[in-house]
Design a protein around this ligand. Structure first.
Ligand code: NAD
Length: 292
């Protein structure tokens, strides 16, 4: 069965969209009733950037299943309309571009108005472009940095200011979770700009965690290869098969598996988690040359 998140994808042929594909080896979230399994997510107010597609859309669905209230923020108006239709329980799909600080501030204010606050931010919007290091143009470099690093900073700082004003240690903490990547941990050809932004997200996460503790917990998820439209647009079937052969678990992740990590990290079950990066990659970066 095709995952719902696959439907929320607009395309830009040069922008890497790691494509969603059904995965028969993994039962997926439909296989079991897992609602309300994690402590503390019921009625949590969650804002998800890049929530109209791929990992963000799967994460929106997961938090709704857990009884949370969810707003998404995405620059793709068409995808926002589609996800409103697919997930009618969403409180709001806010159209905004994370590279524009004024739009980010207005979107945060919207989410706070609609949900009466934001407890959890999933800072997830991102793009990538597959190109040789020697061919990267200044415009491409700026574009990737603007979305993946500056945009992450704008959203994180705006949300953190709100959380720092509204949380006390006694009442529980706010949570900021950011989407990094294994590309921010190990080098990977053809994505030098993207890799640099994801390494930046990891360091941003650690520093924010130190400065915002104990009121706000801050963690990053570092997914390996995930079958979202991003991946599909730049990888042929042959390329996907080649990658799968090298991953110890022999497959890409489903977006719902990354959503499950976000749900855990946002929950009270992860109340002691802050300042770290949680890799979810099927073993992709566990080994060196000998493991390939
Ligand atoms: P996706 O393309 O399916 O979803 C990304 C969403 O972000 C889209 O809805 C898009 O409209 C939105 N977006 C892009 N630029 C934006 C902007 N400037 N303002 C607001 N919204 C914007 O991709 P995905 O695979 O779900 O990726 C989500 C995150 O996961 C990204 O940060 C990506 O780098 C990261 N990631 C993906 C993979 C993978 O293999 N798919 C692996 C590791 C990390």
């Amino acid at each position: 069965m095709r995952s719902f998140a696959a439907q929320f994808c607009s395309h830009n042929s040069k922008v890497k969209r790691r494509g969603l594909r059904p995965n028969s080896q993994h039962p997926g979230p439909e296989a079991g009733n897992r609602g309300n399994n994690l402590r503390g997510l019921k009625n949590k107010r969650v804002l998800i950037t890049g929530g109209a597609s791929g990992i963000g859309a799967a994460t929106a669905a997961r938090f709704l299943e857990e009884g949370s209230r969810v707003c998404i923020l995405d620059r793709d108006a068409k995808a926002c309309a589609a996800i409103r239709h697919q997930l009618p329980a969403i409180s709001e799909a806010i159209i905004a571009d994370v590279t524009d600080l004024m739009q980010v501030e207005a979107a945060l204010a919207d989410a706070i108005r609609v949900m009466d606050g934001v407890d959890v931010l999933i800072n997830n919007a991102g793009i990538s472009i597959r190109h040789n290091f020697l061919d990267i143009t200044p415009e491409e470099w700026d574009k990737v940095i603007a979305v993946n690093l500056t945009g992450v900073f704008y959203v994180a700082q705006t949300a953190a200011r709100h959380m720092m004003e509204n949380y006390t240690v006694e009442r529980g903490s706010g949570v900021i979770l950011q989407t990094a990547s294994t590309n921010g941990i190990v080098g990977q050809p053809y994505y030098a700009d993207y890799n640099a932004t994801k390494a930046g997200v990891i360091e941003l996460t650690k520093t924010m965690a130190l400065e915002l503790a104990p009121k706000v917990r801050v963690c990053a998820a570092a997914p390996g290869y995930v079958l979202t439209p991003m991946q599909r647009a730049e990888y042929t079937d042959a390329m996907l098969d080649e990658v799968n052969r090298k991953i110890p678990l022999r497959r890409h992740a489903q977006p719902e598996e990354i959503a499950a990590l976000f749900a855990f990290l946002a929950s009270d079950d992860a109340a002691y988690a802050t300042g770290h990066v949680y890799t979810l990659d099927g073993g992709e970066i566990a080994g060196g040359l000998a493991s390939r």
